[in-house]
Design a protein around this ligand. Structure first.
Ligand SMILES: CCCCCCCC/C=C\CCCCCCCC(=O)NCCS(=O)(=O)O
Length: 443
């Protein structure tokens, strides 16, 4: 059939049809073989990741089980029910031991991750840190508190993967500044948690670790990109988590999973040692921040982090400690609010939550002032998107080379891969007929 077609196309005298068809078939076979080899390579590496993760989780389960057998009297239920402030108090006055708290949370984290797939890595060195904190002369503000850490936040000996194969080349050589400060304050990092692939998505899934679902409804997503933290803290498997956020990555999963999250002002906490999906991000700054069950926990964490160690280890962080005076002030405030930004339509429940909060704040004596965000489309398209992808997403696409794209990211990555000329032509044709919001849906 192929030969018949070639014979019609090519004059017999000039080209040997059999040679041409052999060449074509050979090339097709070579392309297929090349693809197959690439696919097999990816599968092998994914299998290695899975084995390493299973091994770590097995180790965590075993350690928690052993502790329980040796300490049958530990009241795990009551430890898990304590708020962070109550737990910190009991650890400080030694009515609870750091051991009982750590192993209780290890056991609970195992239960939660089996349900929602949120833990990517166990940190066995937490047992060493447990011994270290007990030797500290002065108990830090987070003495004995187990803390979960988002995948991209560097921890010595562990991979910051962002759900991408390229980031599996070498484990981190050192703890990032934030983790160092947490440890100096007595905290015990014990697990790493899942994120969306390349941390630039509001769902939480990647080919390395799969998808993390919502602890309150497994048919829903946990939000992203710090969705592993959202699901683990929301499911009760961690009392304090650290996430990262440039455009909602702490706030969205916290909201989806029914917990509290705080995105500090840019550069307030060090981001040294945190893996980035795109280079730079100087004008849309990525920030690290806490995720926990209540606001008091977030404040305690910020109080602990904004300390001399943070300012000394990263001199680019302004040396401004936590301002107790402002935090505890009862001065009545003027608070601006909006219940829709004119770009993303809030769900009815979100709108209701805003109005309930507004009423509560008014009842507490504050003045609430409605406002609309000026030039929202300009802000999203020209300022945010262009600043994040100043190179037309080229560095981001580099990170996806030779990798799989998780289904939750496919439409986004497909859009970035369209050649710039085609994008310009499409934009020229479609902009007058389709609103900018609809265009972003097309991508
Ligand atoms: C300010 C509103 C942003 C809305 C973006 C809509 C436009 C769509 C264009 C691009 C999609 C980019 C998605 C960005 C998701 C960012 C989620 C996030 O905060 N990730 C954390 C990255 S960090 O480096 O870990 O902080």
């Amino acid at each position: 059939m192929l030969q018949e077609k070639l014979r019609q196309l090519l004059p017999e005298a000039e080209v040997d049809v059999r040679t041409v068809s052999a060449l074509l078939c050979g090339s097709a076979a070579a392309v297929l073989a090349f693809k197959w080899v690439g696919q097999r390579r990816i599968e092998r590496r994914l299998e290695e990741v899975k084995q390493r993760r299973d091994q770590g989780l097995g180790q965590m389960e075993k350690a928690a089980r052993q502790f329980k057998q040796q300490n049958p009297g530990v009241q795990t239920g009551s430890i898990l029910s304590l708020s962070l402030l109550e737990l910190a108090e009991k650890l400080k006055d030694e009515s609870l031991s750091p051991d009982s708290v750590l192993y209780t949370y290890m056991e609970k984290a195992m239960v939660v991750t089996r349900e929602v797939n949120c833990v990517t890595d166990f940190m066995p060195e937490c047992e060493e840190q447990l011994r270290e904190v007990k030797k500290q002369k002065e108990k830090g503000l987070l003495y004995g508190i187990p803390v979960s850490i988002k995948d991209n936040i560097g921890c010595k000996g562990h991979f910051s993967t962002l759900g991408l194969l390229q980031f599996l080349r070498a484990p981190q050589e050192d703890d990032c500044v934030l983790v160092k400060v947490l440890k100096r304050q007595g905290a015990i990092p014990f697990v790493k948690t899942n994120s969306s692939q390349s941390v630039l998505n509001y769902d939480c899934g990647n080919p390395l670790f799969g998808r993390t679902v919502n602890p309150h409804n497994h048919s829903k997503c946990s939000g992203g990109s710090s969705g592993g933290e959202g699901a683990l803290v929301g499911g009760g498997g961690s009392i304090l988590g650290m996430g990262s956020d440039v455009a909602g990555s702490i706030r969205l999963p916290s909201s989806f999973c029914g917990i509290c999250g705080f995105k500090p002002t840019g550069n307030r906490l060090s981001t040294a040692g945190v893996a980035d999906p795109v280079a730079g991000m100087n004008s849309v700054t990525s920030v690290l921040g806490p995720m926990a069950r209540d606001v008091d926990s977030l404040a305690l964490c910020m109080r602990a982090l904004l300390c001399e160690d943070m300012f000394r280890l990263d001199p680019t962080v302004p040396p401004m400690p936590f301002n107790e005076q402002i935090y505890t002030s009862t001065t009545r405030l003027r608070i601006g609010f909006y219940d829709g930004d004119g770009y993303f339509e809030p769900s009815p429940s979100m709108r209701r939550a805003i109005h309930e909060t507004k009423t509560l704040l008014q009842e507490a004596g504050h003045t609430l002032v409605p406002f609309t965000i000026p030039r929202i489309e300009h802000a999203v398209h020209e300022l945010f998107t262009r600043a994040l992808f100043a190179d037309g997403a080229a560095t981001l696409l580099e990170k996806y080379k030779g990798d799989l794209v998780h289904p939750t990211l496919r439409s986004q990555i497909r859009c970035y891969r369209i050649p710039i000329l085609v994008k310009r032509i499409l934009s020229f044709i479609l902009t007058p007929v389709v609103s900018p919001l609809d265009l972003s849906q097309l991508c």
